[in-house]
Design a protein around this ligand. Structure first.
Ligand code: DLL
Length: 437
């Protein structure tokens, strides 16, 4: 499948690589100078690491720069990373950390324009156009999902319904009555929408909805298939994080083979999370971003904790900007149980690989007399409700074996009724670690 394109070579998605490299270099140098001149925290950090500004001559020297991590942003709360005076700032967002203070980010008018443009490019890459009606069910407010998709949708001339999260019955009603063709929300919330629709006698397959813009949390290929099948839509991945801009750092195109990174604004690197050494394209490691154009709060080498690899091979869509593989997990999502490293995504893939389970699950970790236990609670598909107790028990054992085979340790599986696992309106909480409670 080769997709024909008619965009000019100046379109940043399709720029010749050499032109893009040059642009990245110029923009990186301008950002470095801006940050060095305007953020005392960065100046001190460079000094502590013994890096002189004249050592940074081109983007190749980026590897000499120290990394920025989440706690640096907490330590400088609220405004310590800002690179412009307050009268140039037009917006704040914040990410709610699990503990303590949030991370505060800021935008100039120009930064907002960049954000709108990258989200618009993301929607275009997914095949959304001005005839589409987008129900935006990401949360509005300090979370970047709602306003990010809202402004990006308008920039792309899509009709945006500023729905926000929650009020699920109403979401179904509007989806049907407003002839919605695209929905943006977390994949876990979309599952909830499918279920609620069913309860209300509305099969999403019969509605005009054709595209889902899903991100904000990790999800698996198995989850994509489930969603596409049950709702009769194409489900695309959109990636982003508050510290870099919000949604729209990257997204999938219609080929669905990894997210293109908008490299003219965000420079990606992969590092080994242990040694912190850069890794070549193709190797899996931690994703690090440097913003190339943001003014209010630029980031130099921000460690995302997201684990992926850069795909350098050309994409069939013709875009020259590189892709990242679907984020398999975050390095801090991992839990260690009886010495074995486990990621929730591994369990999700094993569960959804079996017929007869619903995509609603939760992983519960407990400690009993010093011994760690892992229980996976998963909802049973109504198609199995007619099974005998013995059949259900056999199925439960098969599931436990499948997960054990994937993660290498024994787990207990509990099959629960539909609706027992809490539904999320935003990011799903997959792991309940009661060992430390
Ligand atoms: O979740 C921004 C966003 C909103 C992206 C809506 C896409 C759609 P934060 O709350 O700062 O920002 O969370 C960022 O969420 O580092 C990843 O760990 C995770 N994440 C975001 N998108 C994806 C995705 C928003 N498509 C953190 N796949 C990131 C996997 C994702 N993980």
């Amino acid at each position: 499948m080769m997709i024909t394109r008619f965009d000019a070579a100046s379109d940043p998605d399709y720029m010749p690589r050499a032109t893009l490299d040059k642009l990245q270099n110029e923009r990186f140098m301008a950002t470095f100078t801006h940050v060095f001149n305007n953020v005392p925290w960065y100046r001190n950090r460079l000094e502590e690491h013994g890096v002189r500004p004249d050592e940074i001559q081109s983007i190749r020297d980026i590897v000499k720069l120290p990394f920025v991590i989440k706690t640096d942003l907490r330590d400088t709360y609220p405004f310590g990373m800002f690179a412009v005076p307050m009268n140039e700032i037009v917006r704040f967002h914040a990410s709610s950390g699990t503990t303590g203070k949030p991370i505060v980010v800021s935008y100039t008018d120009g930064d907002i324009k960049i954000w709108r443009s990258v989200v618009a490019r993301a929607l275009a890459a997914m095949g959304i156009n001005r005839y589409d009606v987008l129900q935006n069910s990401y949360g509005y407010g300090l979370f970047t999902g709602g306003l990010g998709l809202h402004y990006g949708g308008e920039e792309h001339h899509v009709t945006v319904i500023p729905m926000g999260g929650g009020n699920t019955e109403r979401q179904i009603m509007l989806m049907r009555d407003f002839c919605v063709t695209a929905v943006s929300c977390t994949p876990s919330y979309f599952l909830h929408l499918i279920d609620k629709g069913r309860e209300m006698g509305v099969d999403l397959k019969t509605l005009p909805v054709r595209i889902g813009v899903f991100g904000g949390e990790p999800w698996t290929e198995e989850m994509r298939h489930k969603i596409e099948e049950e709702a009769g839509i194409k489900a695309y991945d959109i990636y982003g994080l508050t510290e870099i801009i919000g949604p729209g750092v990257g997204c999938e195109c219609v080929c669905q083979t990894g997210s293109h990174v908008f490299e003219d604004h965000f420079y990606p690197e992969i590092i080994d999370p242990e040694t912190l050494e850069p890794l070549p394209d193709g190797e899996q490691g931690e994703l690090v971003f440097t913003t190339l154009t943001k003014r209010a709060m630029p980031m130099l080498r921000y460690r995302t904790r997201d684990i992926t690899r850069i795909i350098n091979e050309p994409c069939k869509c013709g875009r020259t900007i590189r892709r990242i593989q679907r984020i398999s997990h975050r390095s801090d999502d991992m839990f260690i149980i009886r010495g074995v490293n486990v990621f929730p995504g591994q369990i999700e893939a094993a569960l959804l690989g079996m017929e007869g389970t619903l995509p609603h699950y939760q992983i519960i970790l407990t400690r009993d007399n010093g011994l760690d236990n892992i229980e996976v609670q998963v909802e049973l598909d109504s198609a199995r409700f007619g099974d005998t107790l013995r059949e259900v028990e056999i199925f439960r054992k098969q599931l436990a074996e499948k997960i054990q085979h994937t993660i290498g340790i024994r787990v207990s599986v509990k099959l629960v009724e539909t609706g027992v696992i809490p539904r999320s309106e935003g990011k799903a909480k997959r792991v309940l670690d009661k060992r430390t409670m």
